[in-house]
Ligand binder design. Structure first.
Ligand SMILES: Nc1ncnc2c1ncn2[C@@H]1O[C@H](COP(=O)(O)OP(=O)(O)OP(=O)(O)O)[C@@H](O)[C@H]1O
Ligand code: SF4
Ligand SMILES: [Mg+2]
Length: 391
């Protein structure tokens, strides 16, 4: 069994067992609206509905991948569940405890348990501090004295993430993007967190380095029993490491399923479109007669999202009911929740509603796979490198 297949098998087993695992984080009806103010009186004239009512849970030891196009609220969701920003609605429970409204003092002990890894390995490390100073900061902030002293522990962490303990006195500018992200990971892991939320941890890195960093995170999870929420807008990044995947569109979760179901039988048209944008991984299948969907247009503004199903302005299956009625996120198959009136790979939920909206006819474009590959130059297959690189 190749290394890749081994990882696959472990992940499939983990996904199957995930339902029995204890819930670490539970999010219900979560909202984050940013007010828009105008005039001298700074009256509120509207709101950016960045996160607009989402429900999910994360179980101990699992990896939840969160994907969606730019601006759909992924980072905001990450910042709110780590309580770096306050939610404007809904609840967040961590280990059964309601942490939605905890103030800074109340959150302090939890800062150890919930850590965030950021997208930008350049901006997130203070250039004036040494690596030792950066990775030891969490110990100082929390007043924790590890066994054997801070320096020894930091050097152990540096080794854990594949850096040399001798890097202790060096500065961030002396490191490459991939190495800096390893430093960010070492800092996040310093206090043995229970939950790590990684916001696009590799999107600022070269494709060749991305796989190494993702694989490092995967190895650390096995070793340290970590729980991850990994945000990405590229499905290929989370595909191999996630047990379950949540697909976000305009502040909502539109599909949430275990990885295998999501890949083998996506139900939400938006999920299908996102997957369609991922080059076919198997070269043998490349010439096959599959078609790819190119989504037209941009994500609408979260200030005034479309009525009914928010995806109806870009969906090729949209009918009248989609325009008027918001579909609930319903568990159509065990472990697969979908918000759609006319799902793919499943029976129609509104079969009486058959007339396509005029926007639906122009919404998406079907292109033969080979043509799409030529058009976006995706002959090179980043997914293959994402797994081949596995040590
Ligand atoms: N502090 C803020 N004030 C006002 N609007 C904000 C703020 N932060 C984010 N937004 C808006 O909320 C929406 C969601 O942004 P967010 O950064 O969460 O999206 P994202 O899915 O992470 O996108 P990307 O893939 O580009 O990182 C966007 O329209 C953004 O402009
Ligand atoms: S079919 Fe309707 S409900 Fe389903 S995604 Fe398209 S617009 Fe939304
Ligand atoms: Mg973001």
């Amino acid at each position: 069994m190749s290394e890749t297949n081994k990882t696959e098998a472990v992940k499939v087993g983990a996904a199957a067992a995930s339902d029995e695992r204890e819930v670490l984080l539970r999010v219900e009806g979560l909202q984050k609206h940013f007010p828009i103010r105008k005039g001298v009186l700074q009256r509120q004239v509207g709101a950016v509905k960045a996160v607009d009512g989402i429900d999910f849970e994360v179980r101990k030891g699992e990896t939840l991948g969160v994907v969606g196009e730019s601006g759909c609220g992924k980072s905001t969701m990450g910042r709110v569940i780590t309580r770096l920003q306050d939610p404007t609605g809904g609840t967040i429970h961590f280990e059964g405890k309601d942490i939605t409204r905890l103030n800074t003092a109340g959150m302090r002990p939890l800062r150890r348990d919930i850590q965030m890894i950021f997208q930008d390995p350049y901006g997130s490390l203070n250039p004036r501090h040494t690596i030792g100073g950066i990775v030891s900061a969490p110990f100082r902030l929390q007043g924790v004295e590890p066994e054997g002293g801070v320096k020894k522990e930091v050097q152990r962490l540096l080794e854990l993430v594949g850096l040399s303990p001798e890097h202790y006195n060096r500065y961030p500018h002396e490191f490459s993007g991939g190495q800096r992200q390893r430093i960010g990971i070492a800092r996040a892991l310093a206090l043995k967190p229970k939950l790590v939320v990684a916001d696009e941890p590799v999107s600022a890195l070269d494709v060749s380095i991305q796989a190494q960093v993702v694989n490092l995170m995967d190895d650390l999870q096995q070793e340290l029993g970590l729980t991850y929420v990994i945000i990405a807008h590229d499905l290929s990044v989370v595909r191999h490491v996630s047990d379950r995947i949540a697909v976000m569109y305009l502040g909502k979760i539109v599909e949430l399923a275990d990885r295998t179901s999501l890949y083998e039988a996506p139900m939400h048209p938006y999920t299908k479109a996102l997957m369609s944008a991922v080059p076919v991984p198997d070269p043998k299948r490349r010439g096959a007669k599959s078609e790819r969907i190119l989504l037209r247009g941009d994500v609408p503004s979260p200030i005034s999202p479309p009525s009914g199903c928010r995806f109806h302005t870009r969906c090729w299956k949209a009918t009248e009911v989609c325009r008027t009625t918001e579909p609930p996120l319903a568990e159509l198959r065990p472990g697969q929740r979908v918000a759609c009136h006319h799902p793919e790979n499943f029976e129609d939920q509104q079969p009486q509603d058959t007339v396509l909206l005029s926007v639906a006819k122009e919404a998406a474009e079907l292109v033969p796979t080979e043509e799409a590959a030529e058009a976006d130059g995706s002959e090179e297959n980043p997914e293959a490198s994402a797994t081949d690189d596995k040590k």
